[in-house]
Design a protein around this ligand. Structure first.
Ligand code: ATP
Ligand code: MG
Length: 426
């Protein structure tokens, strides 16, 4: 038996994981600035949770769930699944903590792996990572707009080119009319629809619009925008005005529906102009009925999820390389504690510092320092210890001079500020 990873699963090493953590760190920072608190919920949940929220007729529940067999004697019990998305678990936790009744206005972010059994390809994996935000108790348009503003801030921080597509799916008042119109349209075009759409038609006609095959045909289908009731129309207008006001560029996409059952009113997707077929890097929208559907109070909800793996594909790895500001090289056993102490002082001054293995010779260590991208090496031997100094070697200019250990941190901070594009410590 070969011990290899499963298809669609990845070991994230080197630049891949670095880019993902750059995105996560930036997203956490933005969440903090918006006063959004972290929530951590289980990776394993009951199948029922997703059947009742994501939807029994959704691709996710019908085709993509990983069912976990708990032990050999639980054979035949198929009610534990790996989470395919974040929202249902967060909503369940919110209700289970009683917040829907005691303190409904809450804002959370989550970050972690999701699992879907789908055909692996570039940007589509069986284990992938999402960063998501959920606002509860906020029926207002400003909540929807703020979510998109958060993604826009991430776009700016990562210097990405992304576009927003938005639509409104209506509510319990007007959506049934739209649904009925779609159903009638679909029945009329039955012969032209793909096999999957035949299934979708009677069970969930909104999904016709989400079809990746019948794209041309669905261009002629009824549009949700034409059926919005007055309050839904006003809400949508307000979201759009707020986005315009905040300088978030967006396009109207009347065919945008979400693959999940629980959305109402605002729906949006964030598209990268740089990746091919798998171009949606984030998606979200309003789910005002979901808390109640899952057994809670009638509390409004709205949120998004970012596909971290897909965003990482559009980032330029070179822009986010991790480089130490300095390496320390201890020559001889007595230099090790001195170098340890000095490296601690340098880190306290905000520098990124690596103490290299004292087991190897100077030449090899300088090669290593250069390879990991350090600008400076501080070399400490017997003579330097006696004088309380270190040799400061600039690896880029191949120059070397002796400085007092006590000055090392300051000198490196000042010089790298002056001569490099790389902010010390970053
Ligand atoms: P798609 O239409 O590409 O299948 P989706 O509608 O299933 O996307 P959502 O459930 O809305 O996706 O998830 C939000 C984001 O998570 C997506 O925009 C995408 O960036 C990311 N994502 C979804 N599925 C995968 C996957 N299998 N691998 C990597 N990223 C994914
Ligand atoms: Mg999908």
């Amino acid at each position: 038996m070969q011990l290899t990873k499963l298809r669609g699963f990845r070991d994230l090493i080197g630049p891949d994981v670095r880019l993902m953590s750059v995105i996560e760190e930036q997203a956490r920072l933005i969440a903090r600035q918006h006063n959004v608190a972290e929530i951590r919920v289980p990776v394993l949940e009951r199948l029922d949770l997703y059947a009742r929220s994501t939807g029994e007729t959704s691709d996710i529940v019908e085709k993509q769930l990983y069912v976990v067999q708990r032990s050999p004697d639980s054979l035949g019990v198929h009610d534990h699944v790996l989470r395919p998305e974040g929202t249902p678990g967060v909503v369940r936790a919110y209700i289970e903590a009683g917040l829907d009744r005691s303190d409904p206005d809450q804002r959370y972010f989550y970050c972690g792996p999701m699992f879907r059994y789908e055909r692996p390809q570039k940007g589509r994996y069986r284990e992938f990572y999402q960063f998501g935000v959920e606002f509860f108790g906020r029926p207002d348009a400003a909540a929807d707009a703020e979510l998109m503003v958060m993604i826009d801030e991430l776009r700016h921080a990562l210097r990405l080119e992304l576009t927003f597509e938005i639509n409104s799916l209506g509510d319990a008042q007007c959506r049934p009319i739209f649904r009925q119109q779609l159903l009638e349209w679909g029945r009329k075009h039955l012969a032209e629809l793909c096999d999957d759409c035949h299934q979708r038609l009677e069970r969930n006609p909104l999904r016709l619009l989400d079809c990746k095959i019948d794209v041309k045909l669905t261009a002629t289908a009824p549009k949700s925008g034409d059926f919005l009731c007055e309050p839904c129309r006003a809400h949508f207008d307000s979201v759009r005005d707020l986005l315009t006001d905040a300088g978030v560029p967006y396009k109207l996409n009347p065919r945008l529906v979400r693959g999940l059952d629980y959305y109402s009113r605002t729906a949006f997707e964030v598209i990268s102009t740089r990746i091919g077929a798998q171009s949606a890097v984030a998606a979200g929208g309003r789910y005002d009925g979901l808390v109640e559907t899952l057994g809670g109070a009638p509390v409004a909800g709205t949120g998004f999820a970012i596909g971290i793996d897909r965003l990482a594909l559009v980032l330029d790895a070179r822009k986010f390389e991790l480089r130490p500001d300095a390496t320390l090289i201890a020559l001889g056993d007595s230099a090790v504690p001195v170098a340890m102490r000095l490296s601690g002082e340098m880190r306290a001054a905000g520098l990124r510092v690596e103490l290299l293995s004292p087991e190897r010779g100077l030449k090899a260590l300088l090669r290593k320092a250069d390879k990991i991208g350090a600008r400076y090496a501080l070399i400490i031997g017997e003579d330097e210890i006696a004088r309380g100094t270190a040799q400061l070697r600039d690896l880029r200019l191949s120059t070397q001079r002796e400085i007092a250990c006590a000055d090392a941190a300051q000198v490196i901070v000042a010089e790298s500020r002056e001569t490099s594009d790389h902010e010390p410590g970053s």
